[in-house]
Design a protein around this ligand. Structure first.
Ligand code: GDP
Length: 480
């Protein structure tokens, strides 16, 4: 960003005295070691007819920057498998579906392999791969997103045909929507005599998921996870949606990706399952994982086999890092071990400092400030109330709020107490929770405190609207 007179002179192949003279003519008094600002540098360069090329300085210790680099030439990109998460209401068959897919596809194809739970697995359908994250439920999904990692390309929402849409189904849909991930609906338990898929479709229509037969664009696949029926069709549909997404990666670059799970193993030390998102990970690679670092000592795949390398969208369990990272942490491979160590150590230091000053969340009190700084253009709200009728009335009124420069977006609603899951969603989506005639339960309260999520409780509808409007206009009275 800045250069001294001597440095600039060297770059321009001139004598420093000449530069000092020029600066003097331009009305700037400078000595040889003086740091010049950008404007002064540009002035001098313009005088010499040289264009200033700004050096893009990347912060080596910010792992996110490695994910933002779009340096790869088209030619290097290859199609990569999709990473899929299965979500839905409890007991609707998520685990059964994950098992069913794995058993029909993994063990059949790879004789002798013993499936090993490493947090994700890959199946092969006529040469095309799909990666499944095998922690069912949206808790894992949202925790990762809260940590800034979006590794899911596609969400399967499982709905039991004999039970229909349930609160967690709606939550799952809202999580997927908030993450802007395409959804495929698996209507499960079709083998049951009480199965009523039409009802499921009808109910989901109310949540914006309209089947193709009814003029919408959501894919519905009737399945029986227990009997293994409809699984092939489901897999075909996943591949179809993935094809449209044109998911690509460059296997010829150092690997980057995300931690799916990690723990301390008595014999092996820190063990982490990584999903390679771009590049190829190899044994021996110097690596930074979250705040941990080291060299990849050994890699094991989802069949428990040792492997030497793992390409894009492949999950592998690795050892060789000095600490246990967290699910959702990024990893980046470096050219040499020294850099990896420096970056890792520096990240470890900043993490300790950062844990003391958490990143600022949106609250009604700081909303106006964040809006003015351009940090917030959309106010995400979660609305909970005692009865469904009130929820709808509240949501309708909130959406009518019209303040210039910011949009009100309701990302989730529900009847009943504010739960920990609401708080996690709020945290991941930088949302504020509005409770009407309801309170947060104990876990929700603790989570909200920890995450700094703003929960506003009210008993009179117009007060809610008034408060939000005031906050958006920067006219909120301080609360004591
Ligand atoms: P999860 O909580 O969503 O992971 O649900 P599980 O996979 O644990 O399934 C809950 C229960 O539903 C278990 O008893 C399963 O055996 C049963 N189940 C799952 N899929 C089916 C299905 O397709 N048909 C029938 N009849 N039962 C199923």
């Amino acid at each position: 960003e800045s250069l001294s007179v001597a440095e600039l002179a060297k770059k321009l192949h001139r004598e420093p005295s000449e530069i000092i003279k020029k600066l003097f003519m331009l009305g700037v008094m400078a000595t040889i070691n003086q740091e010049l600002d950008k404007d002064a540098i540009e002035l001098i360069c313009a005088d010499y007819g040289v264009e200033v090329e700004e050096e893009v300085r990347i912060d080596k210790t910010d792992l996110d920057t490695y994910f933002e680099q779009e340096e790869i030439a088209e030619g290097d990109l290859e199609v990569r498998p999709p990473a899929v998460t299965i979500m839905g209401h409890v007991d609707h068959g998520k685990t059964t579906l994950l098992d069913s897919i794995r058993h029909t596809k993994v063990t059949a194809g790879e004789a002798g392999g013993i499936t090993q739970h490493i947090g994700a697995y890959q199946v092969n359908i006529d040469g095309k791969k799909i990666t499944f994250l095998d922690t069912p439920g949206h808790a894992a999904f949202t925790t990762m997103r809260a940590r800034g990692a979006s590794i899911t390309d596609l969400a399967i929402i499982v709905v039991a045909a004999d039970d229909g849409v349930m609160p967690q189904t709606v939550e799952a849909i809202n999580h997927a929507k908030a993450a802007e991930v395409p959804i495929i609906v698996a209507v499960n338990k079709m083998d049951k005599p009480t199965a009523n898929p039409d009802r499921v479709m009808q109910e989901l229509t109310e949540h914006g998921l309209v089947p193709e037969d009814w003029g919408g664009d959501t894919i519905f696949v009737p399945i029986s996870a227990l009997k293994g029926e409809g699984i092939d069709t489901l897999l075909e549909m996943i591949l179809l949606v993935a094809e449209v997404q044109e998911l690509k990666a460059n296997p010829n670059r150092p690997a980057i990706g995300t931690v799916i799970e990690a723990q301390l193993d008595k014999g092996r030390g820190s063990v982490a399952t990584l999903l390679v998102q771009d590049g190829t990970l190899r044994v021996g690679d110097p690596i930074v994982v979250g705040h941990a670092y080291g060299r990849v000592r050994a890699m094991v795949n989802d069949l428990g086999r040792r492997v030497k390398e793992a390409g894009p969208a492949t999950p592998v369990e690795i050892t060789g890092i000095n600490e246990v990272p967290q699910a959702g942490d990024r990893f980046v491979v470096f050219e040499d071990e020294k850099t990896a160590r420096q970056v890792g150590e520096s990240r470890s230091m900043t993490a300790i400092q950062a844990s003391r000053s958490e990143k600022q969340r949106v609250t009604l009190d700081n909303l106006f400030e964040q809006m003015s700084q351009g940090d917030v253009k959309e106010l995400n709200l979660i609305v909970k109330a005692d009865v469904q009728g009130t929820v709808e009335a509240m949501a309708a009124s909130l959406m009518k709020i019209d303040v210039e420069g910011v949009n009100v977006k309701i990302i989730h609603t529900g009847a009943g107490a504010i739960t920990e899951s609401d708080v996690t969603l709020a945290s991941a989506s930088n949302a504020i929770i509005i409770g009407f005639n309801v309170r947060p339960d104990v876990n929700a309260k603790r989570a909200a405190d920890e995450e700094g999520v703003d929960i506003r409780l009210h008993r009179i509808i117009y007060k809610v609207i008034e408060e939000i409007e005031a906050a958006m206009k920067g006219m909120l009275d301080p609360e004591f």
